[in-house]
Design a protein around this ligand. Structure first.
Ligand code: SF4
Length: 252
């Protein structure tokens, strides 16, 4: 947030959601299957998608949702306590974690010192300066690819070039496992040509990147919409499989 010309990390350590999740729920299909991560979220997001499934925390500020203060060290301690239940680390998720990347950076450092792993689930809206600060601190990431045009991203309040750059950087990071997700929303992101282009581009980075095509269910400003037809998802998966080795369907 901009306070009198100064950027401040207003949601630092303000936790709205905390849950022990299977890694497959993030979704991460090809990274430590069968294990769990302590998932943590705050509030806020850098985009404003009308189909947001987490709008109650992502599209509000400090006054819009209950939160409690948690220091990075307390979060790591909590994750370590859950080791006996299969917890291997912390996932920064639910709202957009990079809105408060300083908390991600500080908690991830402590998590690594404690022998825990770290996961980032993000819309990928980050500058190089932010990615530099997180370099080496993220073990696995699932990045959304909402669509494959600059105009589509502009309509969602995002930046296509920034997101594709983030994916490129993470894929080239030797320590970070990367998976990518596209939520297939009818009439917004169910275009065969775009999925074809997106998967060809992903394959040019690494054809083995797991690519999730997930089913939309009506919510938030698209509560009147219809769920993605299963046939549409299956067709788009075939399109993507022409380029990529590992295409998965989600929410089906
Ligand atoms: S990027 Fe994700 S959290 Fe942010 S508005 Fe879009 S769907 Fe919601």
């Amino acid at each position: 947030m901009n306070r009198a010309g100064r950027i401040v990390d207003e949601n630092y350590g303000r936790v709205t959601s905390l849950a022990l999740d299977p890694v497959e729920k993030k979704p991460l299909a090809r990274w430590n299957p069968g294990s769990y991560v302590l998932s943590v979220g705050s509030y806020g997001c850098s985009m404003h998608c009308p189909f947001c499934q987490n709008a109650s925390i992502a599209q509000v500020g400090a006054d819009g949702v209950p939160w409690h203060e948690m220091k990075p060290g307390e979060l790591v301690e909590r994750a370590c306590e859950l080791r006996r239940r299969g917890c291997i680390g912390i996932a920064f998720t639910y709202n957009e974690p990079l809105c408060g990347y300083e908390f991600v950076r500080d908690a991830a450092k402590l998590a690594h010192e404690a022998g825990m792993r770290t996961v980032l689930v993000s819309n990928g809206m980050a500058t190089d300066a932010v990615l530099d600060e997180l370099a080496g601190l993220i073990d696995a990431a699932n990045i959304d690819l909402k669509c494959f045009t600059a105009d589509g991203y502009r309509r969602l309040g995002g930046d296509f070039a920034a997101v594709t750059h983030t994916i490129e950087r993470l894929v080239s990071d030797p320590v970070c496992h990367v998976e990518v997700t596209t939520l297939v929303v009818p009439r917004l992101s169910d275009d065969e040509a775009q999925i074809d282009e997106a998967s060809a581009w992903l394959a040019s980075l690494d054809p083995s990147i797991p690519y999730h095509l997930t089913r939309f269910f009506p919510c938030y400003r698209m509560a009147e919409g219809v769920p993605t037809p299963l046939r549409t998802l299956a067709n788009l998966a075939d399109v993507a499989r022409a380029h990529l080795d590992d295409v998965l369907l989600g929410n089906v």
